[in-house]
Design a binder for this molecule. Structure first.
Ligand code: ATP
Ligand code: MG
Ligand code: FE
Length: 356
């Protein structure tokens, strides 16, 4: 089976062809990603209108490029998978409409994929992971701890009640005068900083429920920065290092509880326990080290797919489509609508947090 995948939910335009072999193994035949970073960086964040226009301009060419690099024609594709939510509605419309047009013209089935499902299933393509496992998604728009029970079976165990973790990095960078995107800039500055100089809050630590909260941390950073302004380079480095320390300690507590809960829930099963990370924040070395150490303590495998597959890409969307086809999920109707909000788990309490 071979699928063409399309991803346009945020600021990456992406197309990919992925094959699933009879033994269940996935093979990425092509994976083209065009980041719009340069177009948004002047604004310090993603501008929806600019994003939608950029998707329109780039997508057709990227789809052709993905087919060309995979060396397949549309005839040799079994289905078209496109992200249909959650995300910025303009981009979603562009991707989904394009996928519908291709599906219609070629007579191939259309699969409308939840972006989060793409992130959730990636580790099965890269590491052949079997169900169940835990997935931590930490990106600019999402912070979720999800139990992945099976294809289409997800339980959201924790989510952020305010800012996403990547967003906290971006906002912290912005108020310290560091460039966008903030994550890499904060990490770099933190390398020469003192993580003990400021004791920033560790939101939610100790609470039984598994949610996250990062807006208080950002406020504490703002207060510290205002108090000691004007900031020297060393001050900025110390704030970044202390911020990162607070984030790591918070994740340690929150994810540690998640691993514990997983152990309890599946105590009766003799399984290879695993925690998978996804999202751009997974690039952060201190966060990786923290999670890795935590996994060793709790007897979990720590799985971090290659960064290019952790951040937004179309291979994960194609793969999610392949997993759905293999499980004989029905194809989607050509009038399926994009959804800017679309919780992965149907019973998610959308009042709690972003509902994304
Ligand atoms: P989504 O819609 O999936 O949330 P996104 O574009 O917001 O998409 P990604 O592209 O997965 O998310 O990740 C971008 C985020 O990752 C940004 O917030 C960025 O600051 C953060 N990030 C990137 N590198 C690092 C790093 N080294 N440390 C911390 N955060 C990082
Ligand atoms: Mg992105
Ligand atoms: Fe994403």
């Amino acid at each position: 089976l071979r699928i063409l995948g399309i991803e346009t939910s945020c600021d990456e335009t992406a197309a990919s062809v992925v094959a699933r072999h009879e033994d269940g193994r996935g093979e990425i035949l092509s994976d083209v990603v065009l980041s719009q970073l340069d177009e948004h960086s002047a604004y310090g964040g993603v501008v929806p209108e600019i994003a939608a226009r950029a998707h329109v301009e780039a997508l057709d060419g990227l789809v052709e490029e993905a087919l060309r690099r995979a060396d397949v024609s549309l005839d040799e594709i079994d289905a078209i998978a496109a992200t249909s939510g959650p995300g910025l509605i303009g981009g979603l419309i562009v991707g989904l409409m394009t996928a519908k047009a291709i599906a219609r013209a070629s007579g191939k089935p259309l699969l409308a994929i939840n972006h989060l499902e793409g992130h959730a299933l990636t580790a099965r393509m890269t590491d052949g992971l079997s169900f169940p496992y835990l997935m931590l998604l930490v990106s600019g728009g999402h912070t979720q701890l999800v139990l992945v029970r099976g294809v289409g079976e997800y339980e959201r165990w924790g989510t952020t009640i305010d800012d996403a973790l990547g967003e906290a990095f971006d906002k912290t960078a912005k108020l310290l005068g560091l460039p966008y995107p903030g994550g890499p800039a904060v990490e770099k500055a933190a390398q020469s900083g003192d993580p003990e100089r400021f004791s920033f809050p560790r939101p939610m630590v100790g609470e039984a429920r598994l949610d996250f909260s990062f807006s208080g941390l950002k406020t504490a950073v703002r207060q510290a920065a205002t108090e000691i302004a004007p900031l020297s380079e060393q001050d900025v480095a110390d704030i970044c290092a202390s911020f990162q320390r607070a984030v790591s300690r918070t994740l340690r507590d929150r994810i540690g509880r998640g691993l514990q809960r997983f152990k309890q829930e599946f105590a009766h099963l003799d399984i290879d326990r695993a925690l998978v990370v996804a999202g751009g924040v997974a690039a952060n070395q201190e966060i990786r080290r923290t999670l890795q150490a935590l996994c060793i303590e709790h007897g979990f495998r720590f799985i971090a797919p290659p960064l290019r597959l952790c951040t937004d890409n179309a291979a994960m969307i194609a793969w999610a489509g392949l997993e759905r086809l293999a499980e004989e999920f029905p194809a989607d109707d050509l009038n399926v609508a994009p959804r800017s909000r679309w919780p992965l788990d149907k019973d998610a309490k959308t009042l709690l947090g972003s509902g994304k």
